[in-house]
Design a protein around this ligand. Structure first.
Ligand code: ASP
Length: 440
């Protein structure tokens, strides 16, 4: 896909609408602040979760989320197929895929290592009253899969049906793989076969982005409603009992988002981290308030290409893949939670066990679905593998929803950074006369 496509998606519309579009990040930020404050005020005023439900405070938010999810499956299909086939040469697809895989696994592992270092330093689990552990929620029926079942699951007989039936169940991966295969094979076909199909998916992509553009206009209302509901139900007192755990996770997220990723952006990608951060801030705030990287994907692609000037051929491949497999914040959270629970139960994990947590959390994050609280299931898997009691999850439930906001925003920031760094490496290579970054 050519970069001209981006230009046609530049903010348009007359007068007030144009001003609204240009100032959208501020409206969304305002909605986050006002929504959180109003939610806390309601909570402090004694409003119960049943009342929040009865008054339908979350209705605009749910409608906004559903509208975003409505776009995701057709958008992923169009984005990945145009992304992969637009690269033009199957070897280049392989090179981008190889680079992205290494970047994703590498940055996720760094994030987990930061979490492990902090949790050993702060030791938030020491002196925790285990009587405070809640019950495991019933919907967390843990489904452990054998390796064979996992492989069977990857090769779906109906990838579209799987992905569309429930965005939540982590079933996007088979569709992604199918679309990568489709796009890669398409590049090897004759012109007569290739041209109409590429036009078709290119058109589909443009229509889906246009719909996304309309949904994005509703972000402030959606974000306001989601924040009011979350804070009205959970309040801030959840922090008190396990504040040190919350602070450890938050500190780790801040280091990953504001130190590690910016360093990589600047020194590996030659990019201006702050400019990129500002450009994609609406997507980060959407991730923060929806706690779903899958639902945020349409906004992420829109911001990265239109505001962040990342070429669609890179963004359309790297971002959908990242929203499903690259979760820096989630991996950090899963590792810190597992060690926190171990500490609370008075179990010391040695270096070897912590190294296995590093590997497990990195891989578990790849398998975590991009939906709210998906981490809980994966933490159960990690706990099970370490022989720790699953009931320990009860300890972190109170804070999960709030920390989910932060870790989802970091997940999306990691995806965008990957796309921008790859773009930066390409620009460098072009300057020096090469064809694109080699796999590291
Ligand atoms: N909510 C996260 C996401 O969508 C996943 C998780 O950590 O629960 O990225």
């Amino acid at each position: 896909m050519s970069d001209e496509n981006t230009k046609s998606k530049e903010p348009r519309g007359g007068g007030a609408l144009r001003v609204y579009r240009q100032t959208l990040p501020w409206w969304v930020l305002g909605a986050v602040v006002v929504g959180a404050a109003a939610g806390v005020a309601l909570h402090e005023g004694g409003v119960t979760p049943e009342q929040v439900e009865r008054w339908q405070l979350g209705l605009p938010g749910d409608l906004f989320l559903r509208a975003l999810k409505m776009v995701v499956v057709p958008l992923i299909i169009a984005a990945i197929i145009t992304g992969v086939s637009g690269v033009g040469d199957v070897r280049k697809v392989g090179r981008m895929g190889g680079w992205v895989t290494i970047y994703y696994l590498g940055t996720t592992a760094i994030s987990v290592a930061i979490g492990l270092a902090l949790v050993n330093l702060v030791r938030p689990g020491d002196g925790i009253d285990l009587g405070a552990a809640g019950q495991m929620p019933e919907e967390l029926a843990i489904e452990t899969r054998s390796f064979g079942q996992f492989m069977m699951h990857l090769v779906s007989v109906n990838p579209i049906g799987d992905a569309a039936s429930d965005l939540g169940a982590g079933r996007l991966l088979p569709l992604l793989l199918f679309c990568i295969l489709f796009g890669a094979v398409l590049t090897t076909m004759s012109r007569e076969v290739k041209a109409p199909l590429m036009d078709l998916f290119d058109g589909l992509f443009k229509v889906m982005m246009k719909i996304t553009d309309l949904v994005i206009l509703l972000t402030p209302a959606g974000v306001l409603s989601l924040l009011v509901r979350t804070m009205a139900v959970h309040g801030t007192e959840a922090f008190a009992s396990i504040a040190r755990f919350g602070i450890t996770v938050a500190l780790g997220l801040v280091i990953q988002a504001f130190v590690i990723l910016p360093i990589l952006l600047k020194f590996v990608g030659g990019q201006n981290p702050w400019a990129l951060f500002r450009a994609v801030s609406p997507a980060l705030l959407t991730a923060f308030s929806t706690s779903s990287s899958s639902a945020t994907l349409p906004v992420t692609i829109d911001n990265a290409t239109n505001r962040g000037k990342i070429p669609p051929r890179i963004a359309n491949f790297v971002l959908p893949l990242g929203s499903t497999v690259n979760m820096d914040g989630t991996a950090l959270y899963e590792a810190v939670a597992a060690l926190f629970i171990a500490q609370a139960y008075g179990m010391e994990l040695g270096l070897g066990e912590q190294a296995s947590v590093l590997v497990m959390a990195t891989l578990a994050a790849v398998g975590t679905a991009g939906i709210p609280s998906a981490s809980l299931v994966m933490i159960a898997v990690v706990l099970g593998a370490l022989g720790l009691p699953l009931e320990g999850i009860g300890l972190i439930l109170a804070l999960d929803r709030l920390l989910d906001m932060g870790r989802t925003a970091v997940n999306v920031w990691g995806d965008v950074s990957g796309a921008a760094i790859y773009h930066g490496l390409e620009l460098r290579k072009e300057k020096s006369g090469g064809a694109g970054p080699a796999a590291p």
